[in-house]
Structures are given as C-alpha cells and as structure tokens.
Design a protein around this ligand. Structure first.
Ligand code: BGC
Length: 768
C-alpha cells in the first residue's frame, strides 16, 4: 500500500509539518482545550505572569509573596532561580497547591554556559565554528536542565555595530549572515530535536527587535531605521532562530518606528507571526510593559492592553497583565480571544517541554550532582575558549632574532602584570548567572600550571582598572570585583616595573572588567582606561618584549597599541577555564585561529564602522585615505585598525587566485568558486576562508561586500587545501525597496580571502 505523507504548508510562513507532528499538535490541542475550559479568566491571566525572583535582579520592579500567588494560580513561571532543590520546592507549590495544578516554566539567562562557562557570545562568534558553538549551547542545556531550568533567555542575536553599546558583548557582532548561522546553531544546541527530553531546554531569541541599534550606543535608547535596513541587515538572525524552531521570543526594550517593541503589533504579529510563521510564545523583557509608561504611550492599564493586542504573551516582572487585563476586558479594550490566545501559547510551551507529563522532569537531583561543571565539560570549555581568542598582532621582538614574540618559550622569566592578571571573578564575563566565580581559572593560575617547571613567573598588579574608584565600582558589580588596590598609583606601578626589569618577557593583562560590557554598561570612550595605558607605556619603556593579553567585551580603539605593542592577543572573557586557555595559546599548545566578528575602529569618531557599508556617491579612490569632497574624515582614514573577519595565526597562509566554474550564468545555475589555501609557515593552523559577494548594480544601493559563506579548515605546515563554495541565486537575494525578497540580474564581484579587507576578486555576470 502506498504511504501518504501529509505535508501542511502554512501560507504565511515557511513551517512545514510532517504527519507525525500534526498528530502531536492535535493531541496537544485536545489537552489544552480541555484544560482551558476549566480555567477562570484570572487563572488564564495568571499564566501570562512571569514575576521576578531568584538570585540576580536587574530592572526596576521588586516582588514578594510569590508563593501565595503561585497557589492562587497567578504565576506562569519564574526565572533566574539557581538549584534543583529550590526549583523543585516551588514547582511543588504549583502542582500541589494551586487549583488546576499547572506546572511552572523555569527560565534563566543561560547565555554562554551554565556553571561551566564558555566565552562571552561576542568571543564565541569569533570561532566561526558552528559545531563548537552548538556544542557549547548543548552543554549549557545539559547543565541547566540538570539543575531545574527548562527555558533559557538565549540566543541574543541583536546585530550591533556600535561598540559603545555594552551589550555588544552578548551577541555575535555586526554581520547578519554570520549572526544567522550562529542563531541557528545555538537554538539547535539548546533544543536538540526533542524539547521534551529532560536535557534539552527551550530557547528564547532576543531582543526582538533592533536593540543593537540603540542611538549613540546608549543602552535602552531609541532605534529608528528604514525597513530596507531592518529586513536586510538586522532581522535575519531573529528569523534564522525562528526558522530553527526557537520556542520563544523576547521583545526588546527599545522603540521601533516610534512604537516600543513591546507594543509594536507590526513587529510582533505582522512580521513575527504572519511573515515568519512563528508559533511559540513571546515574552517581554524585564518590566518591558511598565517601561512604556516612561516611553510615554499610556498608563499601566493602557500599555498592558497595547502589549497584549500587539501579540505579547507573557509579562516579565512588571505584572501589568496581572493587575490590569481583567479590567481592560470588562471595559472592552481587549477581548477574551486575546487572553485565550496568549494563555494557549504559554500552555503549549509547557506541553512541549513535557511538564504536564512530569512537572519534575528537569528536577533530577542525581543529574545536578553528576552533570554540572564536569571535568569533560570544563575540558571542552577550555578548548572552546582558545578558539575564541583573536591574535591581533604578532611581530618580531624589537631586540630579538626576528622571530615573532608569540608563542612564549617554556624557559626564562615572565612578568605577568595587570589588574586582570590575578582575578577569577571576571573571567566568566558578563551574564554568567550560574557561574561560581571562585572556581574560575585566573590567568596567573593558568599560566603557572601550563608553563611547567622551567619558567619563572613573577606577578604584580601594575595598576588598578581605572584611576577613578567610582568608575571601578560601577564596573565591578554583581560580585565581579577587582578588589581595588588602595596604594598610590606610583607605588603600584613601581612594584610592577621592578619585576618587569627582572624578566625576559612581559605579559600585560589589561583591558576591561567583565561588567564594563553587558547590560547598562555603555561607554562613551572605547579605549583601554588611561591608567592602564600608562602602565603599558611604562612596560614598553623597559625595552623588554611586551605581549598585551586584552580582556574586552567590545571592539576597542587600539590604534596606539597596534603601533606600539609587538603582540596583542584578544581574549574577550573566556569563561570559567579562561586562564588555562590563555596559557594554552600563549605557549603555543593551541594555535590561535579566531577571526573578528566586528570591526575594530581607530577611534570612537568613526563609529558606527562596519565592513558591509554602502559605497556612497563619493567613495574614495583606491589607496587614498583623504580626498576633498569625497566621503571621509579630515583627521582619520575610513579604515578600521582591524577589519571584520581579521585574525592572525602562529603560521601563515597563502591564497591562490579564485577559480570560477563559469563567468556568465543564467537563472538557476550554480556557480562553483574555489581557492587553494596553503599553510606557508611552520606549525599546523586553522584558517577561516571567507566568501564575500558584491552586487554591483541594484534597484537599491547595495553594500560594498557581504559575507555569503565561510569554511574553517586546518592545514599542516606545507599542506594545501582547495576550498569550494557553491553559489546559487539564493545567495544573491535581498529585500528590495518594496521589501520583496529576490535577486536582480547583472554583474557580481566574487571575493575570497582571509578577512573582509584582504580578498581576491573575480567578476561574473548573472542573468535571469
Ligand atoms: C535583559 C534580558 C534578560 C532579562 C532577564 C533583562 O534586563 O535585558 O536580556 O534576559 O533581564 O534577566
């Protein structure tokens, strides 16, 4: 007998459901229909409530009486509670003491690992390694779910081109293509193929939308941009996460087109549900509804109603829904259907997680003892951290034999100097809610353990993080203190210079503290704090070779450092094993291969600076940095210090010219393009081969280049590999002025190279 497979294609989206899925959904519908029939209006509204709780508090609202509310059916879930015991106890109240025994969903900001902490997302993105990224999310899910969590507020996929914005640390940088790949990998890692397994958790893609485009890089600030830009440059990673099956979406704080995202029906319903076919639930950000009072669009009752009407399903912390929706219903401002629709989404999420079958599914004390912060996970975190580091510079020692400064030899005396050198708390970086700071590995510990017995390591602080103690306090919140040294600055410096002078090489561990990026950590200067720069200058003055190990959660302006310091290794915030990973790379046990996912500008005045900009009508001529009446600055060239895609290795690679299968194509043909990459150095290394395309003439102006593919390969010394990319018209598509997604015939430049600046180029003509 012939088997018939039923495939439903939703007209407004891309969701394709198999017969098995249809059956599961039908079962879920029957279950939820029956449950909702029993629910009162209050209980339905209760499901939409996500009050604040737990060990970390952000935002404005405070809460109490949680237990009482749970019993009354006024709570849908809780978040940022750490430990299986606590979660089990709260779940017990819900399923034993509330009338309908509906289990709670438990969320957490599991952003880059749980207790085993991986590099901050901006760092992780520099690995350009999707398997590695997916695996980090997988491990985070295993650990979080072993500790009671079944929902994570990740991935954060906001495209960010402004390094002043502290939350640039939480995302994957400036590029929509790379960002989309990472969004998919993260969702897959968290959710796996079956959300109801006890070691997968539901992801929540955030912050929808455009949060990364906050004006002036000031957190929570307004965004305003053309729809053309939204669809082409900012939306793709959110959509990619939705396509990958993300179970939930978080609304952003900012307004979009004059309407806060939380009340923006066009965003929440037209785009998200109707155009992208999203069928999960939407939660606000922390007090996102209440903040619309300050945005100036109404009182609590009005803004709560607006949020529900727009398509918000769950209210994080502010309790606007809980306090006002019933009244709005009575007044006819909202409908019962709207409440029902939101409630259904929440219940569906709980159903998909398997919580109705077993509310304690994620509360296995045994697992919490054996699957969290394991040696195996930590080993992977160490390897992952090393893959996120970006070698920005490695030139020969000034007084040496012509060999580059790195890797370090395992002999002689190393002076390890800097405010970040002997600190554990800052290693995990921002948003490491579940981290146990005292278990993190400092650079000093890592270096000592990895160096072996022939290396003498001396250590001194050299300076505080910043001359201003109040600034340092603000940059050390959430327990990530640098324990400021109260001695006078010259005394601290003198001590460091004394050990520097006794050493063969100086490793300066400088930059930002963990909380100098992340939420509410915008900066108007993107330089290394002045007191640390002075320390660096003093270390350079000793004449010894200096290696800058740079901690940062954002692109910094490193023009001076790039000119003066022989070697710079950007280590971001590498997670709980950072110290080991840094030592692995410094000693050459691991060859660095990270590539930047954001451009590093020369100074703050160039911001926003990104590789996929438009050409303008007055571009500079090739090789020029200033021409009168062209698009440029009087005082600085248009170039970044380090371009998008940039990163060095302890070996070197050469690229052949590009080969094309065809230079005149038609319609649905495939273009195969390839280069041969050779390792021309002395050690094995990894290289990210990057493909960029420029659509030379369009109905709208097009970027000078756009990333369209990449492959990470490993080559032994002398080894060559041919890397091919298959390009179809799908790779040429973009949203035109009418927001129609299509490609336009004409000339295309095909570029392949080691970063976005250093590429080889060929041209093709592609007709319809
Ligand atoms: C942040 C979110 C986070 C939430 C819950 C907010 O302040 O913007 O990214 O998920 O808090 O902790």
């Amino acid at each position: 007998m012939k088997q018939v497979i039923v495939i439903l294609i939703f007209l407004n989206g891309f969701s394709v459901q198999t017969k098995a899925q249809v059956a599961v959904d039908a079962k879920m519908k029957v279950f939820i229909d029956a449950l909702m029939k029993k629910m009162t209006v209050d209980e339905k509204i209760g499901q939409l409530n996500l009050p604040g709780s737990g060990d970390i508090v952000t935002g404005q609202a405070a809460n109490s009486d949680i237990g009482k509310k749970i019993k009354e059916g006024k709570v849908g879930g809780l978040f940022n509670i750490k430990s299986v015991e606590k979660i089990k106890a709260v779940q017990k109240v819900a399923v034993e003491e509330s009338r309908l025994k509906i289990p709670l969903i438990f969320g957490m900001d599991v952003i880059h690992g749980y207790q085993t902490v991986f590099p901050i997302p901006l760092g992780l993105s520099c690995s350009w390694d999707m398997q590695l990224i997916e695996r980090s999310a997988r491990i985070a899910a295993v650990e979080a779910s072993a500790d009671g969590i079944n929902w994570t507020f990740s991935p954060m996929v906001d495209i960010a081109r402004d390094p002043r914005w502290g939350r640039i640390a939480e995302g994957s940088g400036e590029d929509a293509y790379l960002g989309s790949q990472i969004a998919r990998a993260m969702v897959k890692g968290y959710q796996g193929n079956n959300l109801s397994l006890n070691n997968t958790i539901m992801s929540c893609v955030k912050h929808y939308a455009l949060y990364g485009a906050a004006e002036a890089g000031r957190d929570y600030n307004t965004t305003d941009m053309s729809r053309y830009r939204m669809y082409n440059e900012y939306f793709p990673p959110y959509q990619a996460a939705v396509d990958a099956g993300a179970g939930s979406v978080m609304a952003s704080f900012n307004d979009v087109d004059g309407i806060p995202a939380t009340a923006n029906k066009w965003l929440m319903t037209t785009v998200l549900r109707n155009q992208w076919g999203f069928n999960g639930f939407v939660v606000t950000d922390y007090t996102g509804i209440n903040e619309m009072i300050d945005h100036g669009i109404g009182d609590l009752k009005t803004v709560s109603a607006k949020a529900l009407q727009a398509g918000i399903n769950m209210d994080m912390v502010g309790e606007g829904f809980l306090l006002t929706l019933k009244q709005s219903l009575k007044e006819g401002k909202i409908t019962m259907q709207m409440i029902d629709a939101a409630c259904r989404r929440i219940l569906e999420a709980k159903y998909k997680l398997g919580l109705f079958d077993d509310p304690y599914r994620y509360c296995d004390e045994q697992r919490s003892k054996t699957e969290v912060f394991t040696a195996a996970h930590r080993k992977i975190a160490r390897e992952t951290a090393a893959q996120s580091f970006v070698l920005l510079k490695n030139s020969p020692m000034r007084t040496g034999n012509g060999a580059p400064v790195l890797p370090l030899k395992r002999s002689g005396t190393i002076a390890l100097i800097g405010p970040m050198a002997d600190n554990k708390e800052n290693m995990p970086g921002t948003w490491s809610v579940a981290a146990e700071f005292d278990k993190a590995i400092s650079v000093l510990t890592g270096l000592k353990e990895v160096a072996g017995n022939n290396v003498n390591i001396l250590h001194a602080r050299g300076s505080n993080l910043d001359a201003d103690s109040l600034f340092e306090e603000r940059a050390g919140m959430f327990g990530k203190s640098l324990r400021r040294d109260s001695r006078p600055a010259d005394v601290i410096l003198k001590e460091a210079l004394a050990i520097a002078n006794q050493s063969d090489v100086i490793v300066a561990v400088l930059g930002e503290s963990a909380e100098m990026t992340g939420e509410s950590s915008s900066r108007s200067s993107i330089e290394i704090p002045q007191v640390q720069k002075e320390l660096l200058q003093a270390l350079l003055n000793t004449g010894k070779p200096v290696i800058l190990v740079l901690f940062t959660g954002r692109p910094l302006a490193l023009k001076w450092e790039n000119e003066q310091v022989p070697a710079i290794l950007n280590v971001w915030f590498g997670g709980s094993e950072a110290g080991y990973a840094i030592a692995d790379v410094l000693f050459g046990d691991v060859n660095p291969s990270g590539k930047l996912s954001t451009s590093f500008p020369q100074n703050i005045g160039q911001v926003p600076l990104f590789y996929n900009h438009k050409n303008t009508g007055r571009p500079l001529a090739d090789g020029q940095w200033f021409q009168k009446f062209r698009s440029n600055y009087l005082d600085v060239s248009n170039e970044p210090v380090y371009p998008f895609g940039f990163g060095l290795s302890y070996t070197s690679f050469s690229y052949s010219n590009i080969k094309l299968s065809n230079t005149a194509l038609k319609g649905n043909q495939t273009l195969t393009t390839s280069v041969t990459v050779t390792n021309t150095g002395n050690v094995t290394g990894k290289e990210v081969v990057q493909l960029y395309i420029r659509d030379v003439v369009g109905s709208v102006t097009r970027p000078v280049k756009e990333l369209k593919g990449f492959q990470k390969i490993e080559l032994k010394p002398g080894e060559s590999k041919t890397v091919s990319f298959r390009i179809t018209v799908n790779d040429l598509k973009f949203y035109n002025y009418d927001l129609k997604y299509d490609w336009e015939p004409g000339e295309f430049q095909i570029m392949i190279g080691t970063n976005s600046r250093d590429v080889k180029m060929e041209k093709v003509n592609w007709q319809k």
